[in-house]
Design a protein around this ligand. Structure first.
Ligand code: AMP
Length: 271
């Protein structure tokens, strides 16, 4: 992989990179297309990174289908798929971790304590191997995109980070590889996550800034429409993830369990 990238750079080509865990959907494909619009060559990595899963999470049952992914990558214009296995990515004596502090201690970082350490470490490794000029991440994982931007800036990675919008189903559910775990009733009800976000966005547009009350009302709104367990509904500064400040963009972030399946979604509120 590195040799190919060096060769392309030597001949003056630019490389856009999309890291994924596979089981691709239209959300991933939109990132690949964006990478190809911005660079001459597109690399997609497919790797279910074990170190970003907690001990009781869905690593073993995470969906995989390489042949289907390969076709989809091709259809979206990817030039290379980097598809390593665990022995190549982590030697048994892997001792080095990349840790971004502060902004990983909230939202998903609370219910998934080592998750972001796994994400930043694997993305740093992938950047070193693939050597992209640019990498595209999805707004779907809003906290991840902010953490990666911070890691790149703090550690001076020579990679430009682009964040692409969330791709949704017709009923508003954000596309996710994990949606396949939902049974038909859960799938129907999962659309209320986005309805809840839209409810809060309407309130925000009316001038509401009492975020603690709004979060509670949004929780009631969702609980009235779906049999689910809310992990968090939070309103935070859309860049720093600190408490919202006047005249700064606000991120509404939601994480919800439908049975064992944990879904996330978000919106940057605007008036
Ligand atoms: P994953 O395979 O879930 O690790 O996701 C790989 C990349 O695709 C991440 O940058 C995600 O944010 C992005 N992504 C996942 N779902 C969507 C979506 N519905 N819309 C846009 N990007 C997405």
């Amino acid at each position: 992989m590195s040799e190919w990238s060096r060769e392309q750079h030597r001949s003056g080509k630019t490389i856009g990179f999309v890291p994924t865990m596979g089981y691709l959907h239209e959300g991933h494909l939109s990132l690949i297309r964006q990478a190809k619009e911005l660079c001459q060559l597109g690399v997609v990595s497919i790797y279910v990174n074990p170190t970003q899963f907690g001990p009781n999470e869905d690593l073993d049952r995470y969906p995989r289908d390489f042949e289907r992914d390969e076709q989809l990558c091709r259809s979206a214009g990817a030039d290379v798929i980097f598809y390593p296995d665990n022995r190549e990515m982590y030697f048994p004596d892997h001792f080095t971790w990349v840790i971004t502090e502060q902004m990983t201690q909230k939202l998903c970082g609370l219910s998934r304590p080592d998750h972001f350490r796994g994400v930043t470490t694997i993305v740093a490794k992938l950047f070193n191997i693939v050597q992209p000029d640019l990498a595209v991440f999805g707004q779907k994982d809003a906290q991840q995109a902010l953490v990666i931007k911070r890691m790149v800036s703090d550690l001076d990675f020579p990679v430009q980070i682009v964040v692409a919008p969330i791709v949704r189903e017709a009923d508003g559910l954000a596309l996710s590889s994990r949606n396949k775990f939902l049974d038909p009733k859960q799938r129907r009800e999962a659309a209320s996550i986005y309805q809840t976000i839209q409810f809060a966005d309407r309130e925000y547009k009316k001038g509401r800034r009492d975020f603690a009350v709004l979060a509670r009302q949004a929780g009631e709104f969702l609980n009235n429409r779906a049999e689910c367990r809310i992990d968090y509904i939070e309103f935070l500064d859309a860049e720093s993830l600190e408490s919202p400040a006047a005249d700064r963009p606000v991120l509404m972030a939601v994480a919800v369990y439908f049975g064992q399946t944990r879904l996330i979604d978000n919106l940057i509120l605007s008036d």
